[in-house]
Structure formats: C-alpha cells, structure tokens
Write a protein that binds this ligand. Sequence first.
Ligand code: MGD
Ligand code: MGD
Ligand code: SF4
Ligand code: MO
Length: 765
Amino acid sequence: MRSSRREFVKRSLTVVAGTAAMPLYHGTLSTAEADDLDRATFYKSPCRFCGTGCGVEVGVVDGRIVAVRGDDASPVNAGLLCAKGYGLAEVLYGEDRLTQPMIRNSAGALEPATWDEALNLIASRWTDLISAHGKDSVALFGSGQWTIPDGYAGLKFMKAGIRTNNLEPNARFCMASAVVGYLKTYGIDEPSGSYDDLDGADYFFLWGANMAEMHPMLFNRMQRRRQADPGVRIINFTTFGQMTNEGSDENHLFTPHSDLLLANAFAYVLVNEGMTDNSFITNHVNFRSEVTGSDVAIDMAAYTAFLADYAPAMVADRIGIPAAEIERLARMFGDPSKNVMSLWTMGVNQHTRGVWMNNLLHNLHLITGKVARLNNGPLSLTGQPSACGTCREVGTFTHRLPSDRVVANAEHRAEMETLWSLPAGTLPSPADSPLTHATAMWEKVAAGDIKSIWVSCTNPYQTLPNLNKYVDRIRSSGAFIIVSDIYPSASTIEADVVLPAACWVEKEGFFGNTERRTQHFAQLVNPPGEARDDTWQFVEVARRMGFGSLFPASWDANLARNLYNEYRSCTLGTKHDVATYDDLVASRGLRWPVIGGVETQIRFNSTYDPYVSASAPDGIEFYGKPDGRAVVWARPYEPPAESPDATYPFWLCTGRVLEHWHTGTMTRRIRALHQTQPEALAYLSNADAASLGVSAGDMVRITSRRGTIEARAALECRITVPDGMVYVPFFDQSRMINLVTLGAIDPQSKQPDYKKCAVQIERVA
Ligand SMILES: Nc1nc2c(c(=O)[nH]1)N[C@H]1C(S)=C(S)[C@@H](COP(=O)(O)OP(=O)(O)OC[C@H]3O[C@@H](n4cnc5c(=O)[nH]c(N)nc54)[C@H](O)[C@@H]3O)O[C@H]1N2
Ligand SMILES: Nc1nc2c(c(=O)[nH]1)N[C@H]1C(S)=C(S)[C@@H](COP(=O)(O)OP(=O)(O)OC[C@H]3O[C@@H](n4cnc5c(=O)[nH]c(N)nc54)[C@H](O)[C@@H]3O)O[C@H]1N2
Ligand code: SF4
Ligand SMILES: [Mo]
C-alpha cells in the first residue's frame, strides 16, 4: 500500500508554456492513489525554491503531502509551476532525511544524540569560547532560504544576545552587489517596480540572467506578453547559449566581464543621440563619480565627457558585438514610445565590479526616465526564496539591522535597542565587534580566529569559492563546526554537531520574494523523527546561554507568529512596512510598503506609493536619498581579476541548470530531476573538443591556479559555449567545481565572482 502510494503518478499535467525550451505546467502532480487524492485538503504556500515566489497548493492526506499544484489565486504564477515546483513534495521524503541530532565522538564518528545533549553542548562550548576568546570567537552563517522568523531569531540571538556582528548569509554570494547597487543609486534597497511590469513592457533586456531555467515562471510571463503583442522583444545578452536563448528574439554573445563596456556604450548612444529624458534628469537625478574611492558630485557635462571613452566603435571589439548592433539596441532602449525593463541575476552580481554594473543598468533607466513608471524599470532577480525577505529586509548581514538600518549608524542601533527594550549600548558597533563579510568570516575560521561557526540552511563546503583555501585549514584549526540541514551534505560531513532541521511546510514560515512580496505559509505536516525548525534551534541555544529574555516563553505556542509580529514592529515607519500577520494569512502575499493594509505596486511614484510627498515633481520622488534624487554614476571599465592566458587558456564559467537547486541536496532526491541530470558535465565547444582530442562523454581535467576537478565532457547540447570557454554547474558533490573557482570579490559588495576565471583543460587518459 505505502510503496504503491509512493509511486509517482502524473495527473493531468498540461504543458502551457510558450516555448518547448521552458516548460511550465498546470495541473496536479500527486503521489497518492485516486481515492486518497479525493480526500486531500489543499493549503496555500509559496514555493520552497526560487526567489520568484510562486504560489503552490499543497495537498495533505493523513499528515503527509501527497500532491502539489500551482495556486490559481496567486498573482505571481496564476496556477502554473515549473518542474522544481512540482517536485516540492519529494524534497521532504528522501530516504536519508536527517531525523536525529548527532555529535562527533572521540573516535571521529557522528553518533546519535538527544536534542538536550546537542543544544547543551553548543551552548556550553559557545559560552566557554566566549569567556576564553571573546564574543567574536563564534559566528552564525545563514541563508536566503531561512524564513523571516529564522533570520530574525538568528539576528537577535547573535547581535542582541551574544553581541557580536559575526552573522552572515549565503546571500552574500548571491545578491550583495544588487543591494549595494540599489543603495548607491536610490539610497534604499530593492526594486521600484514589480512583476506586473512584465505584463506590459515592450522591450526586455536580459543582462546576464538565464531566466528560462532559473526564473521560469517570470520568463513565462514575458513569453505571454510576447505572444500577445508582436512588437514585444526579448534581447538576451549572455556569455554562452542556454535555454533562455530559445525564448528570446535576439541573443548577443559578449566577452565575459565586458558588460561594463556594453552598458556604458548604451549610455554613450543615449546621451549623444539625444535620447535622454531631460526633464526627468533635471527633476530627479544627480550625477556622481566614485572612480578611486573619492565620491564626488559631477554634472551632465562631466558625465558626457566620461562616456567619450565608450563610443561603440571604440569598445565593440572588446565586447564582441558589432558597433552598429550596439547602436541599434541602445536606440531601441531609448525609444521614448517604448516601455523597457532590464533584468539581471548572477551574471551581473557575481562580478568583481558587480556594484558598478548594477549602477550602470540603473543609469540607463534614469537617463531615459524609464523607472518608477508602470511597465518600466530595472529589476534585479533574486535567487533564493527569501533572500529579500530574510537577508535584506531582516538584515542578516554583519553590517545590517532590520529595514535597511546599519550597525555603523549609532541612531539605528539605538532605535533597535528601543524596539527590543535593551539597555543603550547593547548592540555592538563596528568598533565593539568588527564587521566581517562572508568570505572573510570563513577565512577567520580557517585562521583559527573564529573558533566555532554554526552553519544553518546552507552548504558552504560546496559553495564557497576557492574551497582549497579553506577546508584543510579549518580541519587543522580545530574549529567547532555546527551544521543544521535536512540531508547529509558536503558540510554535514565536516560537522562536530549535526542538527536535523524541519523543512518548509513542516513549520510555519514567511518568505519575501523579488517583488517585495511577503508570503505566509502554515505548518502542514510534522517534520520527520526529531527534526526541529531553525527558529526553535536558535531560541533554545539562546535560552541555554542566558539570553532567554530576548525570546519570552509566552511566545512558544506561536513562535513564528510572535517573532513575525515583533519584526513587523521594526519595519513600521521605515518605508519598509510589512503587512500584518492576519493580512498575510488571508492573502497571497502583499508587497511592502504596506500602509493601511494596502500594498505598493510601484515605489517612488505617488500614484502607488504613499511615502512619496505631495510636492514631488510629476509625482516621482526617490525618497531613499535625502534630496529625493537618484544617482547616475560614472563607473569605468575595470578588467576582471583573472583572464585566460597562455598557461590557463580557457574561461571557466559556473552556475546552474534547470533541474537542480544549488548543491543538489534537495533536487537530487526528486527522482525525475535527478535522473535527467545525474551528474555535472563540463560543456565545451566542438572546436575546442576537437583540438583537445575530446569526444562527448570523455573525462576532462579542469585545472586552475587553485585546484582541479574531473568531469565528463558535453558538446553542442542544450548548453552551447563559445570557443575558449568551459561551463560547469555546481550541483554535484562529486564534481566540486568550487575547488577551481576564484575567490576574488567586489571591493564594495564583497560578493565573489564565480562566473569567470582562467583554467586549462586536458583529456583524462
Ligand atoms: N533551477 C534553478 N533555479 C534557480 C537556482 C538553482 O539553483 N536552480 N538558484 C536560484 C539562485 S539562488 C540564483 S542566484 C539564480 C541564478 O540565476 P542566473 O544568474 O540566471 O543563473 P547562473 O547559472 O548563476 O548564471 C548564468 C548567467 O550568467 C551570465 N554571465 C556569465 N558571465 C557573465 C558576465 O561576465 N557578465 C554578465 N553580465 N553575465 C554573465 C550568463 O550569461 C548567464 O545568463 O537562480 C535561482 N533559480
Ligand atoms: N561555483 C559556483 N558557486 C556558487 C554559485 C555559482 O553560481 N557558482 N552561486 C552562489 C549562490 S548565488 C548561492 S545562492 C549559493 C547557494 O549555496 P548554498 O546555500 O550553500 O546551497 P544550497 O544547496 O541551497 O544549500 C542549502 C542547504 O540547506 C539545506 N536545507 C534545506 N531546507 C532547509 C531548512 O529548512 N533548514 C535547514 N537548516 N537546512 C535546510 C539543504 O539540504 C542544503 O544543504 O551558492 C553560491 N555558490
Ligand atoms: S519558478 Fe521558482 S518559485 Fe516558481 S515553481 Fe519554479 S522554482 Fe518554484
Ligand atoms: Mo543565489
């Protein structure tokens, strides 16, 4: 009975997408017998996977999830889901779920333990370390896959309890450049517009985003827009061919890292051909330059002079796109009769000048007035389901506090101390506890300065760049490693304590997606065995360390809800006001700022946004900046940290494929997805393969100055790379490409560049 129930039965799944390259489905995918499915009760939840934040309906029978379908009532996806969304139920039911805490014994083996033993051990080790080495000897490394209460509890525990700034998320590797980009340009994080703009824009420019595979639902909305209006165009700038190419009208391959030239060349054309919106510029824009760390005001004339180096004819060869094409595309962008969106993801953010590249894209919209207006705007796509809601809005970074408050600002710390009823001076300033971004934090662990780190809902032993720099040194440093996960992973292997976590709808939670939408989900099923949610884990250790007053016992019956309510109080009046608990339970999410229960579709525009002052010229005010004006930044080209040379002649680009989520811990347990992509391949061009003597399926060795791996070669298939490049996804624990990647970071956002480094390739004999 049980095993037949587990058989994967397809029920009326209809492919509805615009292109074969990017299937979206409508229907119910169920593991249940027909009778059982009839008995299922369906509950709403946001999807566990990507930052799109699709609404799913989860069918439960006898305490088990038996079906998943798209939520017709969700304004994000209107009933459709991608293949990962349909795999959600299987994520919970892999045979090797972690169900019991484990502690490494003196013989070096992980041994089952009780929660009390595990939590007491963590609390006593951390208390001892803090008294011997100070509060900055411990650290918490979290995740954009944390719920809002997980992140809020983790932040309060570390900053208000332990009083250390040693808190960072994996989101540092993901959208730190986008955050600093928004802050530098608008003075406030996250986009002005929303997904609604996808339904009305005329031209979509993709600047380094494989949307068909990574944000399939949003690509589908663009396809629907394109089908409805023959004038719509999708222009895909990319460094290699992927599924997104098939759904785009134009694909333009550019040289890695030359995007800085390309965006400035666009600006050159717009400015020099009079395609700028001068009244928008006069009313809403300042020009600044921050080339060598000195941030200075400039004017339009100086900006125009700066752009002189970026005439298409002068830079086209280095970009790899003909000058006439760049001019044609820039004119499309500037056409005053067209609504234009820019979209980008890791191509732009994982970049040693990711912040600059973000600013350059905002520039194009500001000089043409195509921002803060319906169907227009730059939209940075977020990767993880709550990178926005948890990491950015709650502020689970070393330097941040809730709602764009920062640790370095004494007033912000004081506001949080008041909200949390803490004595003045409780929250550590950067002088009390240094700000340590993610890769620097791991360097401190490797160097023995941080003596213990708690890894929660992330898998850094597979995803940190340049892993060889860290792993052996961490082992010999003797650091005490705590890992909370739902499955065994590259990180749990290294742990001294493993904590089994409850996943997604095994707990109550809240996620915040790319378009500022906060969404609630209820606990629908029990976690397996003794697994417990991350919030509970933090609260329990905090209490055992004497910080119980931060998390009153009276909250316990509704811990997530109480934490959310307290978090909400930190957002009120900050222009980040999130919705009430009840409104979230009753709705399919609401986009902040939410004032009087009403969400905000477009920020900075008085038609939609109550924070815009009545006197704002033409109803637009970039209120994140004191003078209400956004900044157009002069940002020059700067070469990448490493480029191919005679010894390491290939570009290595790394990233994802449709079927897998990051390190594959979840998607490798979704049978259909795992079977489609069982191992990570090394994608090569035919010409390079021929000159290397490599055929499809041969093993190749990929070596950089930092490390080496072997992988099977793939040629001319779904992913096509230009000559001189190899692409390797990072989902496969047996093909750890981060042994090879570069650790270089953007000096402003501290985000690593995983998209380019130099490697040599040889056939494995
Ligand atoms: N199926 C699936 N979906 C996911 C995820 C997943 O693991 N699997 N993860 C989610 C997360 S957390 C994230 S961050 C997103 C990632 O989403 P994406 O960023 O779309 O995906 P990646 O594979 O990381 O990056 C591939 C892109 O990088 C661009 N690129 C490479 N080099 C350069 C360059 O020098 N400049 C520019 N401008 N672009 C360049 C390529 O052109 C390509 O479009 O996906 C989210 N969605
Ligand atoms: N080479 C290369 N490396 C990259 C990137 C790249 O493009 N190229 N991209 C970077 C980016 S953008 C990102 S976002 C990171 C992602 O990097 P990671 O966050 O390290 O990767 P995930 O596989 O998402 O790890 C999440 C872990 O949490 C576990 N988990 C799932 N649900 C729960 C839960 O509810 N609680 C707990 N405690 N655990 C849970 C999963 O099993 C998994 O092991 O990778 C970065 N690394
Ligand atoms: S597009 Fe993203 S949020 Fe939507 S179903 Fe797919 S993985 Fe889930
Ligand atoms: Mo990400």
